[in-house]
Ligand binder design. Structure first.
Ligand code: ADP
Length: 411
């Protein structure tokens, strides 16, 4: 790597999509990771279909967002199309300024507790984890192989969604099921969104002017997928997602916690297949199952119009959230901050207000005027008198992946 190689390309490959960001780490470090370091962002969607779409924004040149539609057959073609867009802006992937490519990898099992430079053995291990992440890891592997083919000389780094949660104590990570069966099939709670929980818990400590080692934070990552985590002194001690992202909070389309017997019941009584139940719980449950909408903006609009189904869906969502805040307060013993993040957490003031309402005895409160402020910056929304800081801390998984990648290749 050359001395002036300060760029990192971050790739997040889904089954039919490829999201990317090109960052200049020199700039992100000097500006504590503001948009200053972001050179280009974009995404390719509907890969493999006739009407694939590439949306590219060259931030470095202040250029207009460019959108192209047309068949993009596979991930290799998608990355080539992205490389061509970047080259148009003078940001080609053949540049000596590119230091590394950082890949979001969803499942790292127990082996990967930190970002890892990818070699054949690492790739084989990510492949070995496909049975516990059948939807995500294959797409991540495709992304890695595609990038390796494009720049075989460059370090490729895997940053795992599960890594931050590997510090969970055994009693939080194990399900209370037969140990031999669990171990034979690697059944345990892994947790996801770890990159976000790591970033947001650290940023929350920064907002409080404290060292992460000194603070206990409950992070509520509320996007379409949603998870909570209990972070004690910078280390995750519990999180709400489990073997898969289905466990825990009520999400956009996932049920979160249910009695596992519901699944046998659906099979025995409703005659549903395994796949039917899988689709029901992952795609047709949560907010969309409860009221037909999974966008919190739409749900709030319907509530304002007096829609009872939307109201009930919202109340169920909040009730679950409150239960996790209570549970993690007990797990942590002392809570210094509750941090809201991701699409819902960052934007939906009514969700933050309702989730914290009635928790004054636990030292938690939300100031209505602070909560109403719209901003992309980390901020406190609790009144001065409250013992626990309640904060909105925008997440930035791409920046976290880029920073971890850059730190590793420069170590
Ligand atoms: P993911 O990365 O899991 O797809 P995001 O973190 O982008 O999700 O969150 C998307 C969700 O955020 C949307 O489904 C919507 O419910 C919510 N959301 C986005 N903007 C707003 C807003 N202004 N007000 C309320 N909710 C919002």
């Amino acid at each position: 790597m050359t001395a002036n190689a300060t760029r990192v390309l971050v790739l997040n490959s889904g089954s039919s999509s490829l999201k990317y960001q090109l960052l200049d780490m020199h700039d992100t470090q000097s500006s504590s990771g503001s948009a200053a370091g972001r050179l280009a962002v974009g995404l390719v969607e509907r890969i493999g279909e006739e009407n694939s779409r590439l949306v590219h924004t060259p931030l470095a040149t202040g250029g207009e967002r460019r959108e192209t539609e047309g068949a993009i057959a596979d991930h290799t073609a998608a990355l080539k199309a992205v490389a061509a867009e970047l080259a148009t802006d003078g940001l080609g992937l053949d540049s000596p300024e590119l230091a590394a490519i950082g890949h979001r990898v969803v499942h790292g099992g127990l082996k990967f507790t930190a970002p890892t430079v990818i070699d054949d053995a690492v790739l084989a291990e990510i492949e070995r984890l496909v049975p516990v992440a059948p939807l995500h890891n294959p797409a991540n592997i495709t992304g890695i192989k595609t990038a390796q083919a494009l720049r075989p000389d460059l370090p490729q780094v895997a940053v795992f969604d599960t890594a931050f949660h590997t510090t969970m104590p055994e009693y939080a990570a194990r399900y209370a099921i037969d140990v031999e069966t669990a171990d034979a099939h690697r059944i345990r709670r892994y947790g996801f969104h770890g990159t976000s929980h790591a970033y947001v818990s650290r940023k929350t400590a920064e907002l409080l002017g404290k060292d992460p080692a000194e603070v206990n934070v409950i992070v509520l990552h509320l996007g379409n997928g949603a998870s909570a985590s209990a972070v004690a002194g910078g280390r995750c001690v519990d999180t709400s997602m489990g073997l898969t992202p289905l466990e825990g909070l009520v999400m956009g389309t996932r049920s979160g916690d249910i009695d596992p017997a519901v699944t046998f019941h659906l099979k025995r009584v409703a005659g549903m297949s395994e796949d039917d139940v899988d689709v029901l719980l992952n795609k047709k449950s949560g907010l969309i199952g409860l009221c037909g909408d999974n966008d919190m903006r739409e749900i709030r609009r319907r509530i304002d119009e007096g829609d009872e189904r939307a109201r009930l869906a919202f109340d169920i969502y909040i009730h679950r959230l409150k239960k996790y805040i209570g549970a993690y307060s007990a797990v942590l013993g002392r809570v210094d901050a509750v941090a809201f993040t991701a699409g819902v957490g960052e934007n939906a003031a009514p969700v933050r207000e309702a989730a914290i309402a009635g928790l004054e005895e636990m030292g938690m409160a939300v100031d209505a005027s602070l909560n109403a402020v719209r901003s992309g910056e980390p901020r406190l929304i609790s009144p001065e008198y409250a013992r626990v800081a309640v904060a909105v801390v925008p997440t930035d998984e791409e920046l976290e992946i880029a920073q971890q990648t850059y730190a590793l290749v420069n170590a």
